[in-house]
Every structure is written in structure tokens, then in C-alpha cells.
Design a protein around this ligand. Sequence first.
Ligand code: CAA
Ligand code: FAD
Length: 385
Amino acid sequence: KSGLASLHTFTEEEQMLRESVQRLAQDVVAPRVRDMDENEQMDPVIIKTLFEQGLMGIETSAELGGAESSFTSAIIAIEELAKVDPSVSVMCDVHNTLVNTVLRTYANKEQQDKWLPLLSESKLGCFCLSEPASGSDAFALQTRAKKDGNDWIINGSKMWITNSYEADIFLIFANIDPSKGYKGITCFIATKDMGIQIAKKEQKLGIRASSTCSLNFDDLKIPAENVIGGEGKGYKIAIEILNEGRIGIAAQMLGLAQGAFDKAVPYTYERKQFGQAIGTFQGMQFQIAQAAIELESARLMTYNAARLKEEGKTFTKEAAMAKYWASQVAQSVSGKAIEWAGGVGFTRETGIEKYWRDSKIGAIYEGTSNIQLQTIAKFIQKQYS
Ligand code: CAA
Ligand code: FAD
């Protein structure tokens, strides 16, 4: 029943991927959603299945174990998973659009040969940028790296790191020369067994099955060859990858909104009050139509940003707009969906209230809504001043 973007032309491969992710989401994810939410835990069966089905190296070349598919395919997978569980969706999103993309874009050949097959086949990755004192102001990070012979020694801490509880592979941003400000930020790759400590797993309002942890680095030793993209290049890597990643979050929020809509709307044609289906009252019809417009606009913006990126055009402003708007739409549509189902929508049994809880994060991570507005405003100012 879910709609597809009207303007975007999908390839046959992309359409097939959409259908296969829909099946996987129904068969493997849907039966586990409620338990995972209640227990605040990702089921390992889901992680294993995503790897087995080629969804953890979507854009990685076949030679390195990936599916060698398009960026749009990654966006489709994120959207379809979010219709059923936004937690599973963000796990796949961070792994593909942040971790794999950093390596595919900035790592040298030896590094790609070493890490990308692991990330496609079995090892979950995470992206460690935010810290307790630097969220929006990400480049003010306090984690430090010092050279020691052929190694780097990292000290500091990270906060809010998605996937980190289950992850084996960590992309860590640390400053090697604070006198250069953000131009000292460098990207390192590390494995858990090098000595990464999980300090705390957060308890959250939504996306509760997605792990979010604080990490401590206490003289963490990383070999010199594990610098990705060159010393001092980390800030550019982080923000350029986040520009792309934001389209992933837009897709997550779009899928979430569509998932809530798909659950609640059929109920309005079954439930009768005053002798008729509640969905046939004009007051309800107009709300449902309004939500459909919101969904369509978020869908067009998300896939338009994906198309611009795919075509090698400038997409930063459009990605920020898509993420901002899809997050708003997710909150609005999932909130309405609860109301359409009345008291039943407020209970945990239908799963509709979960979409609303999960929607709140869209306006926070990968840059808050204010940060997206700031990014958009900078483009406008440049164009008009
Ligand atoms: N694209 C490319 N480059 C950008 C950029 C963008 N959107 N924004 C800033 N830059 C570059 C600038 O060009 C400049 O580089 P040069 O000196 O080489 O020209 C440099 O960054 C600093 O620019 P500013 O002084 O304007 O930037 P700032 O320090 O005020 O803020 C920022 C920059 C930290 C990137 C901020 O705009 C931002 O986006 N904050 C949000 C951080 C964020 O998104 N964190 C997400 C963490 S990961 C995550 O959240 C994953 C998850 O949950 C699932
Ligand atoms: P703050 O930066 O303190 O912002 C608080 C408020 O102030 C916001 O409303 C913000 O918009 C506003 N504000 C701040 N600066 C400005 C400004 N200049 N102008 C106007 N308003 C402003 N980070 C990672 O590195 N990796 C991850 O995998 C990851 N996953 C996450 C998962 C979850 C569940 C959560 C909650 C966070 C995650 N994050 C991750 C961190 C996330 O990116 C940050 O929380 C986010 O960037 C905001 O930072 P903050 O929480 O420090 O809020």
C-alpha cells in the first residue's frame, strides 16, 4: 500500500531490492519489533540476516564482498526497514551511509581491501564523532591522539554512539594538533579488541532497540596505518559524509511516517462510530489527505536529494532540507496516526505509539533541525548577498 516517489525513476534492480527488503522486514523484523523495544536490545538474528542478505555493504564493490548497488538502493533499504522498525533502519543506515562510505571514499586501497570485506560480511561498524561537550559544535571535540613511534595513542571519550554496543569496527575522530583547531581532526579506524570500553548504554524515549553508548579511550593504541584519509583531514571527512548521511535519516523518517500511516489508515475504515466508518467523516478524511501530502513532499525531497547525489551534483542544501522536513513529517504523521486510532492507538499493542516515540530522534541526530536550518540559511545567504 505504501507509495513510491513519483519523480524518481528506479532501476529494475532498485525495485527488486525494495521488494526483497519489504519481505525481509515483514518476515524477520516485524515479529521481533515489540520485544526489542521493550527489552531495549537489538536481536542478533536481525544483524546476521542483514549481513546475509547483502544489506550491510550495499554500495561496496562485489570484489570486496558488497552488493555493488547504488546510493538510491541504500536509501530504499533504509526507508523500507524504517516502515517496520526505525531502530533496525538506523543500524543499517549508520553502517552503510556513514561507516562504509567513509572507507569507500577516503581509505587507500590496502585499507579498503582489509576493512570493506569485514564490514560487508559480518562486522558491524559505528561512527564516533559526538562527545559530551561537543554535539552540534562537533569540531570542538576533546579526544586527542598523540604519535608514539608507529602508533597513535588515543585518549578521551565519545557519547551517543549508535551501534557501538554490538559493533566490532569503530571510526574515531580525534584531534592530533589542537593548535590547528578543527584542522587537527583526524579519522582513525579501530577494532573493539584494541581496548575500546563501553562506558554506558543509554535508555531512550525511542529507537530503543538501537544501541546508543558512551565510550572511553584510555591510552587506546592504534597503528599508524589506521589513519583514514590523511592527518588533519578528519573534519572534512566527517561533515562531507554527514551531508550524505542526512539523506539516509530523511529516508528513515519517511519510512517511519509511511509505516505509521499504513498501520492507522486501514483501521479508520474498519472502526465505526455514529453508524459509519470513522475514516469517512470529513474531519478525518481531510486529516488523512493532509498527511498524504506531507508524505509525498518528504518522499520527493528525499529521493530528489538522493538523485542529485547520485548524479554527482551539489546536494548539501537539498539533503539538509530533506532531513529537516522528513523529521517534521514523521512527528506530525505518527502523532496523527495515534489520534486516528483513538485509545487503541495510545496502547503499545498496535505499535502505532512506537512510531511517534521513534520519530523524535529525527530532529536531533546527524545535526539537529536548527543545524539543518543553519546549513540551508548559509546557502541562501551566499546566493543572495
Ligand atoms: N559541508 C561541507 N563542509 C562544511 C559543511 C558542510 N555542510 N559545514 C561546514 N563545513 C566546513 C567548512 O567549509 C569549513 O571548512 P574549511 O575551513 O576547510 O573551509 C569547516 O567545515 C568549518 O566550517 P564552520 O566554521 O562554518 O563550521 P562550524 O564549526 O560552525 O560547524 C559543523 C560545522 C560541526 C559541521 C556543524 O555545522 C554541524 O553540522 N553540526 C552537527 C554535527 C553532526 O551532524 N553530528 C552528527 C554525529 S553522527 C550521528 O549523529 C549519527 C547518528 O546519529 C545516526
Ligand atoms: P546540543 O548541540 O547541545 O544542542 C541542544 C540544542 O541547542 C538543540 O536544539 C540545538 O539545535 C541547539 N543549538 C546548538 N547549537 C546551535 C546553534 N548554533 N544555533 C541554534 N541552535 C543551536 N553522534 C555520533 O557521533 N555518532 C552516532 O552514531 C550518534 N548517534 C546518536 C544516536 C542518538 C539516539 C542520539 C540521541 C544522538 C546520537 N549522536 C551520534 C549524537 C547527535 O549527533 C547529537 O546529539 C546532535 O548532533 C546534537 O548534539 P547535542 O546532543 O550535544 O545537542
